[in-house]
Design a protein. Sequence first.
Length: 158
Amino acid sequence: MQVKCTKCSEPIALSDVIESSDGRLSHMDCQRPRMLTVEERALLFVYCFGHAVAFCLNCDLRFRMAELAADALGSRTNLCPHCRRDLTQSARAHVYSCAILPAEVRLKAQAVREAAQHLVKESQQLRDTSDVLIREAEALLFERLGSLREAMSQRTAF
């Protein structure tokens, strides 16, 4: 079983942008779970404004952040202006590989992303463990109920 968002009940993927409140995970934006974080977007605009940050495989073209399109009627952003393919993951990958970003900033951004992914993994493992424990407790309960019924039937037989 996957960890589900407490807001929308959809599964949380490792690539989703999450928040934690009272030990419960949720998407930052359930409409756009894989969006760029505020910090990733800021890094792209501050350090990468003058060069391409996303590559569209369909069009074989590179785009700067300011050139990426948005869906005016929907909630999608970071789209290829030609084919409308979502280039968010390409832009995100650029944040973590751009040589122009100071190494310290890039490493801290990677650490934040890895911490979020670790939180999702840990939540998943805890959920899996709790499922196993619940199933074991249920099996023990049914076993004990069977023993109780058997003991009761033997007592009434006398």
